[in-house]
Design a protein around this ligand. Sequence first.
Ligand code: ATP
Length: 427
Amino acid sequence: MEKIVSLAKRRGFIFPGSEIYGGLANSWDYGPLGAQLKNNIKNLWWKMFVQERDDMVGLDAALIMNPKVWEASGHLKEFSDPLIECKKCHTRFRADQISVDEPCENCGAKDQFTKAQQFNMMLKTFLGPAEEEANIVYLRPETAQAMFVQFKNIRETTRKRLPFGVAQIGKAFRNEITPGNFIFRTREFEQMEIEYFVREGEWQEHFEVWQELMHEWMRAVGIDESKVHDVEIPDGDRAHYSKRTVDFEFDYPFGQKELYGLAYRGDFDLKNHEQASGENLKYRDPETNEEFLPHVIEPTWGVDRTILAVLLSSYIEEGERVFLKLPPRIAPYKAAIFPLLANKPELTEKARAIYDDLRKEFMVAWDDRGNIGKRYYAQDEIGTPFCITVDFDSLEKNDVTVRFRDTGAQERIAMSELKNFLREKIG
Ligand code: ATP
């Protein structure tokens, strides 16, 4: 974990937030490479689950919604964790995450925990200049609710028939009691969520399809599946409205913990919003004219936990060499272009022309510092799958050396074929 955190900072993937002001606890900023990686991950998700499917549409809703949404969804009442505090050192813990019979893990005091109090995790703020009760609003704790709240508009504008889904990517906020473990648990994070609407009688088969699709996603994004465990959440531990929930847990260096979730939510959300808003949210079957509330399967992915699991899965040390075995489609740079020697204008000019041309289609890097070995090393560490070198032969033969990140193997490729080569490899 320390190696990942240090590489992430050193190479510009992830920086501590507000660092020049001493930071802000558990806040992280995605640097130039991290922003690129994150965009690639989100774009891949959107392509796989929206663009390539006829039964899915997207949404991009406001972060701040009418507080009635959170009343109807149950978040105002229920979205809380049990908070306890050590009376001696005042460290706070989640009562469901530690054993209260054991000494405080911060100061060692025994039997000093306060009684558990429910602590609501929604972040509050005020809309407008007056900081009064009537102006209280919440930053959304999940992206999901907007997909129910906009169900009617989406239905009417897209005319989608069951089964169909709505997908959304966006920030969510939770006032977590115990944030930590780098980007695993923060108070501001990003989610990719789908509400997939089905007929009640068909929920089980759709649930299983989504379970498999979530694994397909893990393979596409380069998450080591041997570290993923599908955990069936037993009766009693599930939300009361859910007849089935599977958590996908990952073996992080700090333990086996949640990566993604998949839940059958019945018609709980639409029913609540229908009751609270007074709007008819029912689906009318175009063939039978029957009206009913669809049931919903909710697969949910954390973007930041995806990045953490991807980095942990792709980090490889081979002797002196460190490389990130990122799938080319999510690597920040698809290729790096080098002139073999920096002080030969004819090489630089040719390499620069290739760089400028490739840049129109691919994120590519340029490097002409130090020797080739060092440049390879630097690109390996950030997961660039291909390094393209222009040498003296290139000037005569119009070809380049392409060196592969994972094997170190090299191949001569005609300059005119480079784009096709990259298109094919990136997929
Ligand atoms: P946990 O049990 O770890 O608190 P959760 O069950 O509350 O997670 P969900 O409400 O199912 O999480 O949220 C969906 C996804 O959002 C999670 O699977 C996770 O990937 C991500 N997520 C949730 N909370 C956080 C957080 N505080 N920081 C980063 N990602 C988060």
